[in-house]
Ligand binder design. Structure first.
Ligand code: PLP
Length: 418
């Protein structure tokens, strides 16, 4: 029972340093969040020791009576949260959930229609080097000049290619999708509709974003983004897909489920059903809106910086640097220097290479979890706007960093955690 700090000081030092980084900087990577201590407690529990191939009540191992309880709670809660007929809480990650889902409803060689990676789609929606791009015939739709998903193109491509599956979902898109319209198009060409709500699941749970579950045949998600739980994946679906999806996850792609993570998922679903969670998601949306509004003001746009689609109605803002001398890498580095963590991101028709890019993806979920409200997000937006201006130098960086530190100190993260 030797504690980590004694048994392995090297790894303990890395963990401690990461805790300090999270506490002392402002985390604005749109796909990240801070899991509650209770979630981490479940994830760090003895459930990590248990093999439980199969599903609750139908396991291939003895001694599963307690993990059965935790997994069933997770299933029941997530079905309630999203109004789903079926749920599978075993996928180890979002990509695993997507792989299992796609292979349950399509065969290798079938045509799939998804949002182009360079226009905000995810790797698992048909990227060339991913299983989806290697094993399926991929047709991609795009965003239009205004930065909105081009539903006329979706319909045209669907009619032309008659895909087996239409994928609605994104990793970098600042607006809501029209699920009813996707459903109509899918029905017209007899395709399955799969929605990947990994990014916006927390907003859906809070009732602040349309719920794709009534429209889609299959819905996948991660549990660690806006949803705020442990790293992992889930699949929701209509009852008729239950058997295929269960066997696609296990034994199709996975062996033993991570019951400690599943217990942590169950805890996070309880949190996500609370009024506090709803209030937090509202602050997440407010923060993103404040940031977008600040970055379209004249003193910023004068320097070639703008915001894709002109704003946001989700938890993130996509900064467009195509007309700026600053590229995505430089902007990411500058923000890092003042203590704000974001990721550079290609924008549609990006003239710069993928390692440099002409965009930034900036999200508010983690800061909202930390307790940031309207006033704090206004200050964050001002700091970001100042950081992106051409007069950025060492003196300015130091004063902006002091403002970041003041915000971090105002909203302590994991107080008392060591
Ligand atoms: N789906 C979407 C839309 C995502 O944005 C991501 C992650 O960024 C994933 C799936 C994959 O999740 P994971 O990183 O857990 O495999």
């Amino acid at each position: 029972n030797t504690p980590l700090h004694e048994l392995d000081p090297d790894v303990a030092a890395a963990v401690d340093a990461e805790l300090l980084r999270q506490q002392s900087t402002l985390e604005m990577i749109a796909s990240e969040n801070f899991a509650p201590v209770a979630v981490m407690e479940a994830q760090g529990s003895v459930l990590t020791n248990k093999y439980a191939e199969g599903y609750p009540g139908r396991r291939y191992y003895g001694g599963c009576e307690h993990v059965d309880v935790a997994e069933q709670i997770a299933i029941d809660r997530v079905k309630d949260l999203f109004g789903a007929e079926y749920a599978n809480v075993q996928p180890h990650s979002g990509a695993s959930a997507n792989q299992a889902a796609l292979f349950a409803i399509a065969q290798p060689g079938d045509t799939i229609l998804g949002l182009d990676l360079a226009h905000g789609g995810h790797l698992t929606h048909g990227m060339r080097l991913n299983f989806s791009g290697k094993q399926f015939n991929v047709v991609a739709y795009h965003v239009d000049e205004a930065g909105l998903v081009d539903m006329a193109e979706v319909e045209r491509l669907a009619k032309e290619h008659r895909p087996k599956v239409i994928i609605a979902g994104w990793s970098a898109y600042p607006r809501q999708l029209d699920f009813a319209e996707f459903r109509r198009i899918a029905d017209e060409v007899e395709a399955y509709l799969w929605v990947d709500m990994a990014h916006f699941a927390g907003l859906v749970a809070a009732g602040l974003h349309p719920n794709p579950v009534p429209y889609a045949d299959v819905v996948t998600s991660t549990t660690h983004k806006t949803l705020g739980g442990p790293r992992g994946g889930i699949i929701l679906a209509k009852k008729e897909f239950a058997k295929k999806l269960n066997s696609s996850v296990f034994p199709g792609f996975q062996g033993g489920p991570l019951e400690h993570v599943i217990a942590a998922k169950a805890v996070s679903f309880k949190v996500a059903a609370s009024e506090d969670f709803k209030e937090r998601q509202q602050r997440t949306l407010d923060g993103a809106r404040i940031l977008a509004e600040r970055l379209v003001q004249d003193d910023v746009t004068a320097h070639g910086v703008s915001v894709l689609s002109g704003g946001t109605d989700v938890h993130l803002v996509l900064v467009d640097l195509r007309n700026s001398e600053l590229d995505g890498q430089q902007a990411e580095d500058r923000l890092h220097e003042v203590g704000i963590t974001v990721n550079r991101n290609a924008v549609p028709n990006d003239p710069r290479p993928p390692m440099t890019t002409s965009g930034l993806r900036i999200g508010t979920p983690a800061l909202a979890t930390r307790g940031f409200g309207t006033e704090d997000f206004t200050e964050v937006a001002d700091i970001i706007a100042e950081t992106l201006k051409p007069d950025f130098d060492a003196d300015k960086a130091a004063s902006l960093k002091a403002r970041v530190t003041a915000l971090a100190d105002k909203h302590p993260l994991y107080p008392g955690l060591k």
